[in-house]
Design a protein around this ligand. Structure first.
Ligand code: SF4
Ligand code: SF4
Length: 246
């Protein structure tokens, strides 16, 4: 009899223990969670803005970045993490311009020191706090940061075209003036005695056989010669008088 009584006593204790355990389990089941678990809370979890997960080029709303391909970040990176590949393009005003071709970043060798970000002269870089960067191979950690298609070079405005044309014209005029001045400086001074005769001969030649112009030109030339002779005579007589007075 004793063993039957012990059996039921033990059974009762076991059931009571089970009920107590279920009571604790049930209570925890309906208690709100304290510890959050990833990845169920991926959409709601908070990552601090200052957390540095991966380097990014900043794109604006129009899809433009500010990198001018100067290479400062590449030179300042202590780990050789950045490779800036450049290319030369022609601009509308006929000049050459260096542009970014590929911005290559190796997340696997980055130590998140942020030297690249703080030394960039155009503030083209930032660190994203997107921490989900796990991949299966190291090659996948090497990324091209300029991922959007490149936009064509901007077209010139009418004002820019007009300004360019004006500048071109001014250069042409300046070159012509310089050439003329150089030519004049290289020519020997023409003898003054014959210059009047040359002018007269040129004027007559220009008049050709025009019966109206020929006599007029001849008269004008004779008048000019006469006036010149009178001036020279007056000059000579003035010089003689001056000499006698002395
Ligand atoms: S990201 Fe900045 S520092 Fe680096 S090449 Fe571009 S402009 Fe220069
Ligand atoms: S954070 Fe530092 S290590 Fe990483 S790319 Fe920039 S300069 Fe290089």
């Amino acid at each position: 009899m004793g063993s039957v009584k012990d059996y039921f006593s033990s059974l009762g204790k076991g059931v009571a223990s089970l009920v107590k355990g279920l009571e604790v389990t049930g209570k925890e089941f309906v208690t709100p969670k304290i510890t959050e678990r990833y990845p169920e809370n991926r959409d709601t979890m908070h990552i601090a803005q200052r957390f540095r997960a991966t380097l990014e080029l900043i794109y604006d709303a129009e899809g433009n970045h500010r990198c001018i391909a100067c290479g400062t970040c590449e030179r300042n990176c202590p780990n050789g993490t950045i490779t800036v590949e450049t290319k030369i393009v022609d601009t509308w005003d006929g000049k050459k311009k260096k542009k970014l071709d590929r911005y290559v970043y190796d997340l696997g060798s980055c130590t998140f020191c942020q030297l690249c970000v703080v030394t960039c002269p155009t503030n083209a870089l930032t660190f994203s706090n997107d921490f989900e960067q796990a991949v299966f191979t190291r090659e996948k950690l090497v990324k091209q940061l300029n991922y959007l298609p490149e936009k064509p070079e901007p077209k010139p405005t009418p004002e820019q075209i007009a300004k360019l044309e004006a500048e071109k014209q001014a250069k042409i005029e300046a070159a012509k003036a310089a050439a003329a001045a150089k030519k004049a400086a290289a020519q020997p001074a023409a003898p003054s005695a014959s210059s009047d005769d040359d002018k007269a001969a040129k004027a007559l030649a220009a008049a050709g056989n025009d019966p109206e112009k020929q006599p007029k030109i001849k008269a004008a030339l004779e008048k000019a010669a006469k006036l010149k002779a009178e001036r020279e005579a007056a000059k000579a007589s003035g010089a003689d008088k001056g000499g006698a007075a002395q």
